[in-house]
Design a protein around this ligand. Sequence first.
Ligand SMILES: Cc1cc2nc3c(=O)[nH]c(=O)nc-3n(C[C@H](O)[C@H](O)[C@H](O)COP(=O)(O)OP(=O)(O)OC[C@H]3O[C@@H](n4cnc5c(N)ncnc54)[C@H](O)[C@@H]3O)c2cc1C
Ligand SMILES: NC(=O)c1ccc[n+]([C@@H]2O[C@H](COP(=O)([O-])OP(=O)(O)OC[C@H]3O[C@@H](n4cnc5c(N)ncnc54)[C@H](O)[C@@H]3O)[C@@H](O)[C@H]2O)c1
Length: 785
Amino acid sequence: MGFTEEFDVAVVGAGHAGCEAAMAAARMGLKTALITMNLDLIAQMSCNPAIGGIAKGHLVREVDALGGVMGVVADAVGIQFRLLNTSRGPAVWSPRAQCDKAQYRVKMREVLEGQRNLHIKQAEVTDLVLEEVGRDQGSEIRGRVAEDARLVVPTLSAQNAERMGHPADSVEGPGTGEAGTRDQGSGTSEQKRIRKVLGLKLRDGRRLMARATVITTGTFLNGLIHCGEERYPAGRSGEPASVLLGEALRRLGLRTCRLKTGTPPRLDGRTIRWEAFAEQPGDADPTPFSFRTTKIVQPQVSCHIAYTTPRTLEIIRENVGRSAMYSGQIEGVGPRYCPSIEDKIVKFPDKTQHQFFLEPEGLNTHEVYVNGMSTSLPMEVQAEIVRSIPGLEDAEMLRPGYAIEYDAVDATELDRALKVKCMEGLYLAGQINGTSGYEEAACQGLMAGINAALWVKGEAPFTLDRTEGYTGILIDDLISKGTNEPYRMFTSRAEFRLHLRIDNADRRLTAYGRKLGLVDDATWAAYERKQERMAALEKLLKTKKANAIEGPGINHPSRDQGPANGGQGSKIRDQATEDGGLVVPTLSAESAERMGHPVSLVELVKANPGATWAVLLKRPEVTIDRVLPALVNELRSDPLLVDYALISLQHRTSLSHLDDKERHPDIGHPDSILKTEDAVARSVARNEAKAVETEIKFAGYLEQQKKAIEKLKAAEGVRIPEWLDYSVISGLSREMQEKLGRVRPETIGQASRIPGVTPAALGLVHVSIRIQGEKRARGPEVVVA
Ligand SMILES: Cc1cc2nc3c(=O)[nH]c(=O)nc-3n(C[C@H](O)[C@H](O)[C@H](O)COP(=O)(O)OP(=O)(O)OC[C@H]3O[C@@H](n4cnc5c(N)ncnc54)[C@H](O)[C@@H]3O)c2cc1C
Ligand SMILES: NC(=O)c1ccc[n+]([C@@H]2O[C@H](COP(=O)([O-])OP(=O)(O)OC[C@H]3O[C@@H](n4cnc5c(N)ncnc54)[C@H](O)[C@@H]3O)[C@@H](O)[C@H]2O)c1
């Protein structure tokens, strides 16, 4: 037996899921190992060097609110911040940042190395060390049979076995397991053996024993890269595939599927004729991801917008048969929402051009990411496509695009804690569960790391439901429905969008993070101060009557538009008639006048004598950005509210061009120029104020959603016991038995979201819980001969 080490939690893979999982377990006080193939590629961005974006930004905010690290790291290395979707309501605003890709890795490694209890190791994990602890959920324990996934006999020291709560003799000696059993796709988890993971085998001969394991191997399991007719095994370009671990996981008998994703070519920026493209600068006052970030330190850069030409489309059409995607070479299903360029041309033949973005990969490199041009066409065709775009005639390709196929596990094999149902101590997170995207990976990693730690501590799992966060929605979707294409988060997946905003992620989740031990004292104190600030602002707005107003910018909505006011030609509504995701609560002065509405706040105040600001804020055309300048004196005189006075400051468009001498913030003077850090403070203050506005403006809708949430929670409250036997429920069709048996939903609510499960079937299940429960309580029936 080689060198063996012991840990509480082992995390396999240091991608976006693995980093969060390992940090969470270590911060919860457990001795944690993070094992990854290459230490220099920790938190590598396999593709787009950007974090966030629509709905993904929500996930990053939730990770941050719970005490995760993705937001803090992205803020530290972000080189272009943009708040997306601001022409729509606050429910769907979402932060995005282009990041310095190399710096992201360096910063994440620094964070990991600074964490007590966390041991980072470079190694390839090839196998699991397992023992069998029983069969069927709730069935009797059938003796312990030591075996590993490859049926190589593991041994465990008596001391270690005892520490893990087993009699030492139960794990020594040769295994007698059923050789090579594959229990794949049987549809009835009752038949599955329940096994426990004791540790991991590494390729270098080491063993690493752990009480819980989180596997986060991304696209590496049996990864196969395709570039035109060429194909070869790899985990990502330049990195080996994880073949042995892939085989070991297949032998566990879990249902798996084959998925595909792709990446575009990268260009040398020195060979691009930049003046041919429209520049797209970032926001002047960047919106950070983390509630903890007070300053954006990196110089900010621009991206550029480009379009395909008719010649580009012609080249792709002529060569589409040579794309690995269309030649039949790729079996895996690709991401519908991040299609390759050849996919776009085949699926949308009427579109005459496609937009893409030229994005710098970092501050110290000339490498440029061609966002929107993912492809698996042969390299020479890729070069031709690039050259067909004016401005890229001489562009040199640093790396070609490619597609990759990989194994993913059917997430209906997991419970809500992301634990494999038929295994003890084994958790899966990230792309291995069929998702696509760094943020989708990070939120799962965090939840799996937390739950692995809780399991080791002997505590109940921590789960989130669909009403609490996008993280809860993602996990519920995965474990209830599984996926047969890479799963990506969208705001449209949320039933309660107005309730699940980026601005209130901390209100929704930080108390949980605190309880779990992931939110430190300083963060908690800052969170509490923020709640006080917002409560004070709400109180001011609800009590202060808008009798007389003065101040610059308050009379003309066009002059003081905040980010929510970008919608042009929007229709005014007497009431905000849709949720915050859809309403554009503003109108241009011109159209308001045409429609006979008061556009001047002064006029509005005159027309509503005695009304409080909160009452006026309920009107769609009145926004907090317009109201706060009128309250600047009150804001400045209250230490709790002074930050909100920042909102009335003006700013320059490009922060990176600000000279120190020019920076002289003078709160209350609207023509002051902001310092860089004030720009962040301003965006933070604006988002807080916007949150208060949203709560006031949409109070009616929020109340309605609250009722719907309570209803959903009631359905979630009806638990389906693990012992429920679907096969004996009279009237339940075989199809329903198969669907319910495969997922084994935890609640009636979850059962209702399994595709194809009918209300009638739910009724039968509901009744059977009682009938079978009473039967169990009576005990086995005695048959008298
Ligand atoms: C080519 C490509 C294109 C992509 N395109 C898109 C896209 O278009 N849209 C999109 O949303 N997402 C895309 N992604 C996906 C995005 O990169 C992932 O969703 C995200 O990185 C997943 O995070 P993760 O933590 O699950 O895995 P990863 O970030 O892939 O990390 C996996 C980690 O596991 C380690 N590892 C693997 N096997 C072992 C082993 N046996 N032992 C030890 N360590 C191991 C690896 O070294 C790595 O550190 C793409 C990925 C690739 C590779
Ligand atoms: N699309 C890809 O090719 C790709 C590749 C690798 C990874 N990913 C994963 O997906 C996520 C990003 O994918 P995506 O394509 O949906 O989102 P994105 O972040 O690239 O784009 C989100 C939205 O912003 C717009 N947008 C794109 N680039 C922009 C820019 N430079 N500035 C401003 N707006 C821009 C897009 O049109 C889209 O509406 C990443 O978080 C990553 O996990 C995507």
